[in-house]
Write a protein that binds this ligand. Structure first.
Ligand code: ZN
Length: 222
């Protein structure tokens, strides 16, 4: 538990869209191994970001692990497309589909890792039956797709709850957090069970991204 490595997943949404090659290179150069893609449909969330072609082109430019976060209604319609565009892991929102088991099985059939995201108002109990078969739970620490949101400290309890369930049952899912993660909160989240830290604007705002992630890593390990 103490010596777990934290995985950083910088979100391209926080970088430049007109130069994704540069953004992807900055992620690789920072030592991060994951790249997080926030796909927004203007329906499930108010914002519209990017779609399949963006992922396809990014895939041609990078060997990073592609962590695709689908903030779209009825994600089951889009999963195969994103899988074939180059996703390594696909995360869908429990609130965005009436057919969560079908959606997760499409991700698995495509041979990708499967994640479920929970909005801040959605309890862990809503995904309890599916936890044994998923690879990742993404705890939203802000309401997604709405600008100017601040980290919601109560979400730390959700990370703890997921960690306890994982330990009790021997499940293998990783726990991620998305939204407002940084120096003030990463240590507490890590101690509660966080494995994957999604970092957006803070990552791209940092002048030296390698030292920024090194500093976050030192904070969690000390
Ligand atoms: Zn995200």
């Amino acid at each position: 538990m103490k010596n777990r490595n934290i995985i950083f997943s910088p979100s391209l949404f926080g970088g430049s869209f007109t130069n994704i090659e540069k953004s992807l290179q900055e992620i690789s150069d920072s030592g991060a191994t994951y790249s997080h893609f926030d796909v927004m449909d203007g329906n499930y969330v108010p914002e519209i970001s990017f779609g399949l072609k963006f992922i396809q082109e990014a895939r041609e430019l990078s060997k990073l692990f592609f962590d695709i976060h689908l903030m779209v209604m009825n994600p089951e319609k889009f999963i195969s497309g994103f899988a074939q565009a180059g996703a390594d892991m696909i995360t869908i929102h429990i609130e965005s589909t009436k057919h969560i088991w079908a959606a997760i099985s499409i991700i698995k059939q495509e041979g990708k890792l499967a994640g479920i995201a929970l909005n801040p108002g959605t309890p862990v109990s809503s995904i309890i039956t599916i936890l044994p078969i998923i690879d990742y739970v993404l705890v939203m620490t802000v309401n997604p797709g709405i600008p100017g949101q601040k980290f919601i400290p109560q979400m730390n309890d959700k990370v703890k709850e997921l960690n306890l369930i994982r330990e009790k049952h021997g499940f293998n899912y990783l726990i991620g957090c998305d939204g407002g993660i940084g120096k003030p909160n990463i240590k507490e989240l890590y101690d509660s069970g966080l494995d994957v830290a999604v970092i957006g604007r803070a990552f791209f705002a940092a002048k030296n991204k390698l030292s920024f992630l090194t500093e976050l890593n030192d904070i969690v390990k000390n």
